[in-house]
Design a protein around this ligand. Sequence first.
Ligand code: FES
Length: 99
Amino acid sequence: MPTVTIQPSGKTIDAETGSRLLDALLAAGEKIVSKCGGESKCGECHVFVQEGRKSLSKMQRVENETLDTVVGVGSKSRLACQSLLGTENVTVELLGFGS
Ligand code: FES
C-alpha cells in the first residue's frame, strides 16, 4: 500500500495500489478541480511527481497529448487522473490548486 505525500501541504494519505493518484489527492482533501471528470482532457490535475515516479503507471499517449497543451510542464509532470499508483510511496507537488 503506497503512501502519497503531498506538497506543499505536507499531508500524507495511504492509497491502494492500482488506484488513481487523483483519487488519493481528493481523499486527502486537496481542492483539485477535475473539469473533465478525469478523462485527460482539461489538464487541471497537472502535478509534479517529485519522488516515486517510476512506481506510477506509464504515461499513455492521451496523457502526453494533454500535457502538451498545459503551461509550465516539466520532466516531472503527470496528470493525476491518468496516473495509477504502484507499490512504492510517491511525493507529489501541487501547483497552486484552490488559490
Ligand atoms: S482531471 Fe481533467 S485532465 Fe485530469
